[in-house]
Unconditional design. Structure first.
Length: 492
């Protein structure tokens, strides 16, 4: 079956084919015909199974070949990263027609987004907060919306966005066509669907024999010591056949610390977390997608926005808090029908969390194997070559101080300051010879103009400029040999 068999317009079929997308996935094959007929849909499928084109293609086609300017379709997503990803997918599908897509999300300047709306963008992909912000300023009008899509509805529930979503629904016409997509269907999401959808059809694109986890992802669970995790991860990153890898941490600080550690070990890692600016997050994500960096360290804020087909490994630096989070993290690999490996580290303090996930997903691993960087099963489980160490390059040595000119062996380098072989004299002058000064004064008088002590030639200044001649400073050790200082009389 092809997209053309699903009655998708030829220009969109050609646009997808240019990127090698020929055959629809099960969720797409089920939702596209219903979407084209304007039937309200609740689509439930695991992450990474192609939900975006499942609703995106019907949305684009419903607007026609030459849609009038103005917002006609609204797609609401929970995170900035997912917003960018969905907008890029829709831009690809609509690249052969004049339909305009704009991404509306926080962390970016208003001007560009407002200009795109004023230019007549027909499809808006946005996060709830920024959408309501622009609507409250009357910069975004939803009164002409013909179709509305709610993507990753369960994540919106987790983030507390459902009240904002209800406000957005209230600003759209009641006759709109509505589609809701989610990997899981908790009660509040079902209640939302009942309230704002018109006799929706519930579609499940899951294999009944597959279980809750994806069959094309191999799950490896280890009980690991916190101080050994970096070493274990470094060895996993050298496994044979490893492609792009996503590592999830619990906190922003842990993510930043890990990216610095891996880069120091010689790996090419980037980060995406909440302490980074939106521009920095987008640059890091773009570098990961383009292959400039093959390791992405992220907090859960990015779990739903990483849609990269060639991610081979997902590593949970710390165990997720619940089964749904585990599914969405693991779903970054094994996308588009490919295989993947999900490795999870369970700390001793987090065994109760793992027990909850193990029961909820029927993983069959009640007791994770205790694992260290030297454990033989680590190498055999993940196809790591024998003898692999945790560094691609040696640790950087401490910066060595270059020896000073004349600091080698020489007679008279003691405390008198008169030895000719000593590079450091107790009597120092700046600019010119300083009267009495032993070797130091003699050396200063013979230096060329512009010489300094730290230019690599035993001279005084980094910039090569001459020291100022006005200031002179002499240091003498009282009572020392050759100092000539009078000894003060004893106190009476």
């Amino acid at each position: 079956m092809t997209f053309r068999d699903l009655n998708i317009d030829q220009d969109m079929v050609d646009a997808l084919a240019s990127k090698g997308i020929i055959e629809p996935f099960p969720i797409q094959a089920q939702t596209i015909p219903l979407g084209l007929s304007k039937q309200d849909i609740i689509g439930q499928a695991k992450t990474g199974t192609g939900k975006t084109f499942g609703f995106g293609l019907p949305v684009i086609q419903s607007l026609g070949q030459n849609p009038e300017p103005g917002v006609k379709a609204l797609i609401v997503v929970p995170t900035r990263e997912l917003c960018v990803q969905v907008a890029e997918d829709l831009e690809l599908a609509s690249s052969n027609r004049p339909t305009q897509v704009v991404a509306i999300y926080g962390g970016k300047a208003y001007e560009g987004q407002v200009e795109a709306l004023k230019a007549g963008a027909q499809i808006v992909v946005g996060t709830p907060g920024r959408l309501l912000d622009l609507a409250s300023q009357r910069l975004l009008s939803l009164k002409d919306v013909q179709v509305m899509v709610l993507d990753e509805a369960d994540k919106m529930l987790d983030l507390g966005f459902l009240p904002d979503v209800e406000k957005l629904f209230a600003q759209t016409p009641p006759t709109r066509h509505t589609m809701l997509f989610s990997a899981t269907m908790p009660g509040p999401v079902v209640a939302l669907a009942r309230r704002f959808m018109n006799r929706p059809i519930h579609i499940r694109a899951n294999d009944p024999d597959e279980g809750l986890t994806q069959a094309n992802i191999r799950h490896v669970i280890y009980r690991a010591h916190a101080l050994d995790k970096d070493e274990v991860i470094s060895r996993i990153l050298q496994a044979e056949g490893r492609g792009k890898t996503v590592i999830f941490t619990r906190t922003k600080r842990a993510a930043q610390k890990l990216v610095e550690e891996l880069n120091d070990r010689g790996f090419n890692a980037g980060a995406v977390h909440g302490d980074m600016s939106q521009d920095a997050r987008e640059r890091s994500m773009a570098a990961f997608k383009a292959g400039k960096k093959d390791i992405l360290i992220a907090t859960d804020v990015a779990a739903r926005g990483i849609d990269v087909d060639d991610v081979t490994h997902v590593i949970n630096h710390t165990v997720p808090d619940d089964p749904d989070t585990y599914l969405h993290r693991a779903g970054r690999t094994g996308r588009a029908g490919k295989t993947g490996i999900a490795v999870t580290f369970v700390d001793w303090d987090d065994l109760h969390k793992w027990a909850l996930i193990n029961r909820g997903l029927d993983m069959g691993v009640p007791e994770p194997v205790e694992t260290y960087s030297s454990s033989p099963h680590l190498y055999s489980d993940l196809n790591i070559p024998e003898g692999t160490k945790g560094r691609l390059k040696p640790a950087a040595p401490a910066a060595a101080r270059p020896p000073r000119e004349g600091s080698g062996s020489g007679s008279g380098s003691g405390g008198s300051g008169s030895g000719g072989g000593s590079g450091r004299s107790r009597r120092r002058t700046r600019g010119g010879s300083g009267g009495a000064g032993g070797a130091g004064g003699a050396e200063a008088s013979t230096r060329p103009e512009g010489a300094g002590t730290h230019d690599g030639k035993g001279h005084q200044h980094h910039d090569g400029n001459a020291a100022p001649a006005k200031r002179r400073r002499r240091r003498r050790r009282s009572g020392g040999a050759g100092s000539g200082a009078p000894t003060p009389p004893p106190a009476s």
